[in-house]
Design a protein around this ligand. Structure first.
Ligand code: PHE
Length: 344
């Protein structure tokens, strides 16, 4: 017997095994083939050992390389067939012929992204720059630097998602204020900062434990409530149209003094009063105010020289108002029937 003949034999068995693998219809057939031919005590390995023991093989190294390359082909073929059998079985399990076919031509953009881009665009137009911050931060930035007292209820475990003693999922985008001020080191700044917020909140149609905000912060000499009102007015007109009216109300945030809340006239009743605006004619939109001098000082600004304005816009809230969406959860469930209406 010569070398070539032996290699020829193992090659032809390998080819046969590959044919058998490709004809296997299910996992158990495939397993039988594996045990019979491929496993370490299978026919292929036995043949290999016989060949290597045979005295007629002079160049053993070349023979091993050749045999291994036949085996590799068999193993590749086995893996490919295994994958396709598993996929076919999965498909069968999930098959529900009553489901409508997917229409892959439908491409929608989530309205919260559309609104976020639009808000950013409006503030870009007014000279604000984007400041990127993380959604996880130290409680020092989220609370302390924002003048939120150490016994404030928002710090409670029930209201805030803590990761450890210090780190938390940000409860608002205002933590970006401290981060931005730290970097700007006592100089004028004008930024917006989009981010995610997490709170234990009422589970109702307009609240969710996770939502998005865009923070705004502008610090310079002589910033006053008039500047804030002008900026918010431009925002409302550009976002909701020239005819939308806005209203500012007194409010309270520890980081702004004075603090305000902004409402816009109800689109449903044009300010007359209806179910949507709870008969008030107006709908609450955002919180804002003049930066509390204490916050400026804590963050390295001389409050005798500089003053600032800040606002926090809820992105989902704007999207709900702009598109008349009935439930905040629609933004998060990736339902193509909903998304296809928002093509950007
Ligand atoms: N951080 C406030 C909130 O989450 C919003 C806000 C931002 C208010 C900036 C005033 C100034 O409700």
């Amino acid at each position: 017997m010569n070398n070539d003949y032996l290699l020829q034999e193992i090659k032809s068995i390998s080819d046969d095994v590959q044919k058998k693998i490709l004809n296997a219809k299910d996992k158990s057939e495939l397993l039988d083939i594996y045990n019979k031919y491929i496993a370490s005590n299978g026919i292929l390995s036995q043949k290999k050992n016989n060949i290597l023991k045979s005295k007629s093989i002079v160049d053993k190294k070349t023979a091993i390389l050749k045999i291994n390359s036949f085996f590799d082909e068999v193993k590749k073929c086995f893996e490919a067939q295994k994958k396709s059998i598993i996929n076919a079985e999965l498909l069968k399990e999930n098959e529900d012929i009553s489901l409508p076919a997917f229409d892959l031509s439908v491409k929608g953009i989530n309205p919260i992204h559309l609104i976020r881009e639009k808000i950013i665009d409006i503030f870009f137009g007014m000279g604000f720059k984007i400041y990127h911050s993380n959604d996880i931060d130290d409680e020092y930035y989220n609370f302390t630097l924002m003048n939120i007292a150490s016994n404030h209820v928002s710090r409670d475990m029930e209201n805030t998602f803590y990761i450890d003693q210090k780190l938390l999922l940000c409860t608002h985008t205002s933590h970006a204020q401290g981060r931005a001020m730290e970097e700007t080191k006592g100089k004028p700044l004008k930024i917006i900062s989009p981010g995610k917020c997490f709170r234990k909140d009422d589970d109702d149609l307009t609240h969710s434990h996770q939502f998005m905000q865009i923070e705004g912060l502008m610090i310079d000499k002589n910033i006053n409530l008039g500047n804030l009102k002008a900026i918010l007015e431009i925002f409302v007109k550009k976002m909701f149209g020239e005819n939308r009216k806005m209203r500012l109300r007194n409010s309270f945030f520890p980081f702004t003094e004075p603090s305000i809340e902004m409402d816009i006239s109800c689109d449903n009743c044009c300010g007359v009063g209806c179910y949507k605006c709870k008969n008030t004619g107006y709908i609450e939109v955002l919180g804002a105010g003049i930066v509390n001098p204490k916050v400026l000082e804590m963050n390295g600004y001389n409050s005798k020289v500089y003053s600032g304005l800040a606002f926090g816009i809820g992105i989902e809230r704007i999207a709900i108002l702009k598109y008349g969406i009935d439930n905040i959860r629609r933004f998060y469930t990736n339902d193509i029937r909903f998304l296809k209406d928002f093509k950007g």
